[in-house]
Design a binder for this molecule. Structure first.
Ligand code: NAD
Length: 509
């Protein structure tokens, strides 16, 4: 038994990496897991080495054929079983998530609910259809378009929603008949290792493998020639590295990357309500959501009132121990993350921005930062143009909706955008013109399993959720069947063809 399992005693379950159905210890160097609220090391988890990665991919590859040929309803039952297992272990998984990631317990319980729901959705979706029939060119023929799994899929996920974002890949990948190697973030491996207990009980050996480690483990997984598809969620910079590495062997890549979501407030809104929704969109999970609202464009008629209402909202947020039920906002995930956020605030201030509220460290211990409201900003500042991933709301006044949309689109990112309005003409203009994978009107950051999620431009190139999220884990095969077994006119010898054409004006047959 490895050393880290002793330290791990605070974490329920016997969490270990899972390779080919065996829960074993990684054989690489140990990586500390830090509680961001206390800065205490709560576990030390051994990384997977290249040999561990190889073994996990081999296990996924060897179990592929049997899993692919398992009837879809049976695969669906296993997904439902994992959903139930998560339901039964919600409290323990949520506590582990809070300890390792700093997200408030209440949000982590929600994450478990959404994870189960995603599994249930794809358990059913995977049994509905696997292709279509298209019209044939001749009588007596059948033309099928068949969707097939790729093989061994690598699912690489970040730390902000470790289980939910994993489910957005795992559920459709398995429903489609792929097998999977999972790599969580080294910041938050414990919840995924705990989940591996359930996976080991439910799925045949090798169908789902879980390995841990840092960037090197991810690189090794991406480079493995037996990984047929890499499904990656993370930053734009890492996404580019993954895409480069995959290009070397022309592996299929599915990228879900960062964003700089705009939040537009029109002149017809209930300002108090809009500010409440806006504050939640900016500060949920300390602003560490890929679709956090990170820049606000407000029409002049409501600007002053909106800013006042926003400051009221920000000052009412309870920052503190994420294990407390009454806490609204926990710490950032790591010191380096908080440093990067503070650097954006300092450079904005140096360029003339004013911080109306927050942006301070409320405690000596823990990576906490109070929610910041920043005004007098322009789009040249990093705080308005570079992903912040922290609790910062920079608010700019714009002259019109048209200007707000134009500034929304002047960004390399295109993940999501929010618009607050009741006016239909505003809604239509915004829904047609905004360049983003999701546009939310009056209900920020709400996902719907039946609707696809993903990015335009640098924010990614695939879709998760919905039927699109299943199709991204399926490749397309065309099957052409001719029942007649006759010789075709266009076969050799061409002399027959020419003679027949000359004599009858038609092809033979
Ligand atoms: P990250 O890019 O640093 O890491 C993501 C994962 O990739 C981790 O598991 C990491 O260990 C692994 N990794 C790192 N280098 C690698 C490499 N060279 N090859 C293979 N794997 C490698 O991201 P993060 O800091 O964990 O997460 C935050 C980022 O994720 C933000 O930019 C956020 O916007 C983005 N994100 C996007 C979505 C989405 O759905 N679009 C959702 C959540 C988070």
């Amino acid at each position: 038994m490895g050393g880290w399992r002793h330290v791990l005693s605070a974490v329920p379950g016997d969490a270990q990496v899972l390779i080919g159905g065996e829960q074993v210890e990684g054989t690489g160097s140990a990586v500390d897991v830090v509680n961001p609220a206390t800065e205490a090391v709560i576990a030390s988890v051994r990384s997977a080495t290249d040999a561990d990665v190889e073994a996990a991919v081999k296990a996924a590859r060897s179990s592929f054929r049997a899993w692919k040929n398992t009837p879809a309803p049976e695969r669906g039952e296993k997904l439902h079983a994992l959903s139930d297992w998560i339901g039964e272990h919600t409290e323990s998984l949520a506590e582990t998530l809070t300890r390792e990631g700093g997200k408030p317990l209440v949000e982590n319980r929600d994450e478990m609910g959404w994870s189960s729901s995603c599994l249930d959705f794809y358990a059913e979706m995977g049994r509905i259809e696997r292709g279509r029939i298209v019209p044939s060119g001749e009588a007596g023929q059948l033309n099928l378009v068949v969707k097939e799994p790729y093989g061994a899929v690598a699912a690489i996920v970040p730390w902000n929603y470790p289980i939910l974002l994993l489910m957005w890949k795992l559920a459709p990948a398995l429903a489609a008949g792929n097998t999977v190697v999972v790599k969580p973030s080294p910041y938050t491996p414990l919840s995924t290792l705990e989940l591996a207990d359930g996976i080991a009980r439910i799925f045949p050996p090798g169908v789902v493998n879980v390995i841990t480690g840092e960037a090197d483990t991810g690189r090794s997984l991406v480079a493995n020639p037996d990984v047929a598809l890499i499904a990656f969620t993370g930053s734009v910079e890492t996404g580019k590295q993954v895409a480069h590495a995959a290009a070397d062997r022309l592996a299929k890549v599915h990228l879900e990357l960062g964003g700089k979501d705009a939040f537009i407030v029109c002149d017809d809104v209930d300002v108090e309500l809009a500010a409440r929704g806006a504050a939640w969109a900016a500060y949920l999970n300390s602003g560490q959501v890929c679709t956090s609202a990170e820049r606000f464009y407000v029409l002049p008629q409501v600007y002053d009132d909106f800013v006042d209402a926003f400051v009221d909202q920000a000052s009412g947020i309870v920052v503190g121990d994420p294990m407390e039920e009454s806490t609204d906002m926990g710490p950032l995930v790591r010191a380096v993350q908080r440093d990067a956020v503070e650097a954006q605030l300092s450079s904005a201030r140096a360029a003339g921005a004013r911080i109306l509220f927050g942006g301070e460290r409320p405690a000596d211990t823990g990576f906490f930062l109070t929610p910041a409201v920043v005004v007098d900003v322009d789009d040249s500042m990093d705080v308005m143009s570079v992903e912040t991933f922290g609790p910062v709301a920079p608010i700019a006044k714009v002259s019109s909706l048209e200007e707000a949309i134009q500034r929304t689109n002047e960004s390399p990112y295109g993940l999501g955008a929010n618009v607050y309005t009741r006016r239909l003409d505003y809604m239509l203009a915004a829904m047609e013109e905004i360049e983003a994978g999701t546009v939310w009107f009056n209900d920020p950051l709400t996902d719907n399993e039946a609707a696809p999620f993903g990015g335009f431009k640098s924010s990614g190139n695939g879709r998760e959720l919905g039927v699109e999220g299943l199709d991204d884990f399926r490749q397309t095969k065309h099957i052409h069947i001719d029942s007649k077994l006759d010789a075709k006119a266009w076969w050799y010898p061409y002399a027959d063809y020419a003679r027949h054409q000359a004599e009858f004006g038609t092809a033979p047959g």
